[in-house]
Ligand binder design. Structure first.
Ligand SMILES: CCC[C@H](O)CC(=O)SCCNC(=O)CCNC(=O)[C@H](O)C(C)(C)COP(=O)([O-])OP(=O)([O-])OC[C@H]1O[C@@H](n2cnc3c(N)ncnc32)[C@H](O)[C@@H]1OP(=O)([O-])[O-]
Length: 725
């Protein structure tokens, strides 16, 4: 294979007259342009050869195909590759050459058939799969649409409602379900896959099996009126669930065109829309996220040293509160035996009860069987002392944020745990060097910062100090993968990456409110921007106790740029501490529904009189755009500091940290990607202007000032940014 080409296909013609074409492009046999053009040549040859009666398409090494090569979209977006003529692949190759051929094709699907992979198989005249195969059209998740005929063939094979569900949720189905839906013709063991597919293809030639072109099927489609109603409903739901994205609606347009005007016109519409979506900003953001998420496990100087993860056989957790019990849940769900330690029977019982409740909620929702529940719970043992810690491979401390308590715990751990044991802390803000100050085990001390609820939230912030060994990080990355988290490795500082980047977010919101902005308008603008909730609703959810503890850390460590507002402490004095007390920035009913509270004004006015700030008429009338800028540009500013200090190795890691830790909208590509889409010059100029009017809280950092003054991208590595200047 030429080093510049990406993948290929190979064709072997058997004595039975079946040409087997194998897709080869490791690791997932993605359909690069090279693979697709090779496939075309193989088809042309197979169709012209007299010794070929039928064709089987399969994928190398147990995987059919993970779909179109996603990096191809990036090349088109950057202009480094010219997009082929609209419809060339989906119509000229897949439909007119393959599906309309005089010789039948059968797809032999092992492992994955996703996106373009499934679409290619749907153009074949039958599909045989192994039991473990996953079949899906996850394109919308990437900001694109099924563009190799999926919008036309899937509804014709599985019915409109099921096709919409599969496309709109991006969720794959397993082989058995695919079989019962009519997507798969037969499910056979791996060892029989190719022989069955060959036989099936010959049976089609000999008319012992039907020769079906999916595109021409109509039996699964509902009558036109009903189809229109179903699509109308789907549009309504999509508008509600993804208000800031255009591509799902554009995908529905392609689907509807095919149903109303026939599949050929549908294919043309799909090709047109498919080409348009590539240049949407939201698509650029989602594709960036796809690769960035996979890039977080590549840590220079750590994962490139050939270290193998050690086996973690048993884990201990200290503290059975909300975090500790959530972490225990995540671990036992991935089959790790766990010891949960608490200080007394009552707390221990409560901690185990929380884990139980977490699992029971799965049983109630039907996603866990009773047997699995019992088996999973049996992995959890309670303890009141350290005796059972003698054979653990990892401890995760998850007690309250109190430095001296943590220091005592780590000193005890050093005494009781084996020499190789990883000593991790789930602290969200405290400097790990301080936590390990009273030990000689600095090389095995690491941060394992989970986000609440730990068994649900996808991010694991792995915090390394200057002393943490590369082996310990490799081990923790492996645990992260096993418990299905996206790990981001960051350096040690107050608040690490996520909390540090986002501490100005709430503070900016408090500042604006003290100067006259409406808190409910701020929350509404931020939600419309795409965050799961606004800063005030978030404070209520987290609880004011935690909010004050976190703010204290920042006030102590970054006094020059911390905006100190008294709104939360004043409410706390009145026993309003957020959602748990049913009163915070909002009032909460029995169903935890939030309602604005007119009394809030009182606290804001009092806080204003303490800070001595005045109502600013400009800030009273902020537009939604200005609200977003004034709350998020300070976040960008802090993200720049985190990047410049080397707390994050890559800007893309901060993007993933912001998305998975704070719910920053993925279709905006993450905090640094979003900032670069706006431009460093503009962000710098806004912050600079606000800092002159409103003070140092908004002052752009040196890194932002340097890049902003030249309009250089914030996400570029330092050398690259310099070289562009
Ligand atoms: C016009 C076009 C129309 C068409 O309808 C559009 C499409 O098909 S859109 C596509 C629709 N398809 C999808 O949306 C499927 C997207 N892919 C996935 O969901 C998962 O990767 C998969 C489930 C396949 C494997 O999960 P896993 O086992 O946990 O493994 P992993 O996730 O860690 O990935 C391993 C490596 O493979 C790489 N890579 C993977 N797929 C692609 C690709 N298509 N391309 C390129 N690369 C891809 C991935 O980057 C990683 O590389 P690296 O350098 O090692 O970091």
């Amino acid at each position: 294979m030429d080093s510049r080409t990406k993948g290929k296909t190979v064709m072997e013609v058997g004595g039975d007259g079946v040409a087997v074409i194998t897709l080869i492009n490791p690791p997932v046999n993605s359909l690069s342009f090279d693979v697709l053009y090779n496939l075309k040549s193989n088809y042309e040859e197979a169709l012209s050869r007299n010794d070929v009666k039928a064709i089987v398409i399969t994928g190398a090494k147990g995987k059919f195909s993970g779909g179109f090569d996603i990096s191809g979209f990036g090349e088109i977006q950057k202009g480094t590759r010219k997009e082929p003529k609209v419809g060339y692949i989906s119509i000229d190759i897949i439909t007119d050459l393959l599906e309309a051929a005089r010789k039948p094709s059968v797809a032999a699907i092992d492992g994955l058939a996703l996106g373009g992979g499934l679409e290619l198989s749907m153009a074949c005249h039958a599909r045989i799969s192994t039991p473990g195969a996953q079949l899906g059209l996850p394109e919308l998740q990437l900001g694109v649409i099924p563009g190799f005929g999926g919008t036309q063939r899937l509804p014709r094979l599985v019915g409109l409602t099921k096709a919409l569900e599969m496309i709109l949720t991006s969720k794959p189905v397993r082989a058995e379900e695919g079989h019962s839906l009519g997507l798969i013709d037969a499910v056979v063991p791996s060892a029989e896959l190719l022989t069955t597919a060959r036989r099936w293809a010959l049976d089609i030639v000999e008319r012992r099996k039907p020769w079906i072109s999916s595109l021409l099927k109509t039996d699964k489609l509902p009558p036109l009126g009903e189809a229109r109603e179903i699509l109308k409903f789907a549009r309504g739901q999509t508008r509600k669930q993804a208000p800031n994205m255009k591509h799902p609606l554009m995908c529905l347009d392609a689907l509807e065109t095919g149903i109303v005007s026939g599949p050929r016109v549908g294919l043309e519409k799909e090709a047109e829309v498919g080409s348009q979506v590539i240049s949407l900003d939201t698509t650029k953001g989602l594709i960036h996220v796809f690769f960035s998420q996979r890039g977080t496990v590549k840590v220079p100087g750590v994962t490139d040293r050939g270290l193998m993860p050690r086996k973690i056989k048993k884990v201990a957790i200290i503290g059975g509160g909300l975090m500790g019990s959530g972490i225990a849940t995540a671990l036992i769900l991935s089959s790790y035996p766990v010891i949960l330690k608490e200080v007394n029977e009552k707390f221990l019982e409560a901690g185990i009860g929380r884990v139980k409740a977490n699992l029971q909620s799965r049983v109630r929702k039907g996603s866990m069987s009773k047997e699995k529940f019992e088996k999973t719970m049996s992995l959890l043992k309670g303890s009141l002392d350290y005796e059972s810690f003698r054979d653990v491979d990892m401890v995760i401390e998850a007690v309250i944020e109190n430095i001296s308590l943590k220091q005592q715990i780590f000193a005890d751990l050093e005494k009781y745990c084996p020499q190789h044991c990883i000593l991790a802390s789930n602290t969200s803000t405290i400097d790990l060097n301080k936590i390990g100050e009273r030990t000689k085990s600095q090389d095995r001390i690491v941060g394992a910062h989970f986000f609440s609820p730990a068994h649900v939230m996808p991010l694991l912030e792995i915090v390394r100090t200057n002393h943490t060994s590369a082996q310990v990080i490799v081990d923790l990355l492996d645990v992260g993968k096993k418990i299905k988290k996206t790990p981001v490795v960051v350096g040690n500082c107050t608040g690490f990456a996520v909390n540090r980047m986002f501490f100005p977010y709430t503070q900016a919101a408090m500042f604006l409110v003290e100067r006259g902005a409406d808190p409910y308008l701020i929350d509404s603008a931020v939600s419309k921007f795409g965050m799961p909730m606004g800063p005030f609703r978030l404070c209520d959810l987290v609880g004011f106790g935690v909010a004050i503890a976190t703010a204290t850390q920042f006030i102590e460590n970054f006094p020059e740029r911390t905006y100190k507002s008294m709104i939360i402490p004043l409410m706390q004095e009145d026993k309003r501490a957020g959602e748990a007390t049913r009163k915070g920035f909002y009032l909460y009913d029995d169903k935890r529904k939030a309602k604005p509270d007119p009394e809030l004004k009182k606290y804001i006015e009092k806080a204003r009189s303490i800070s001595g700030g005045n109502v600013d008429p400009k800030l009273v009338k902020l537009s939604e755009k200005e609200i977003i800028e004034m709350t998020f540009f300070p976040v960008v500013n802090e993200a720049c500091r985190v990047f410049a200090e080397g707390i994050a190795v890559k800007a893309a890691d901060l993007d993933i940290a912001a998305i998975m830790g704070m719910g920053f909208p993925p279709y905006r590509g993450g905090i640094m990607f979003w900032a670069d889409s706006i431009g460093s010059k503009y962000i710098y100029s806004r912050l600079d202007e606000w800092s002159k009017t409103y003070g140092d809280f908004f002052k752009p950092c040196a890194f932002l000032a340097e890049r902003g003054s030249k309009g250089a991208p914030l996400s570029a590595p330092v050398e690259q940014a310099r070289s562009r200047l």
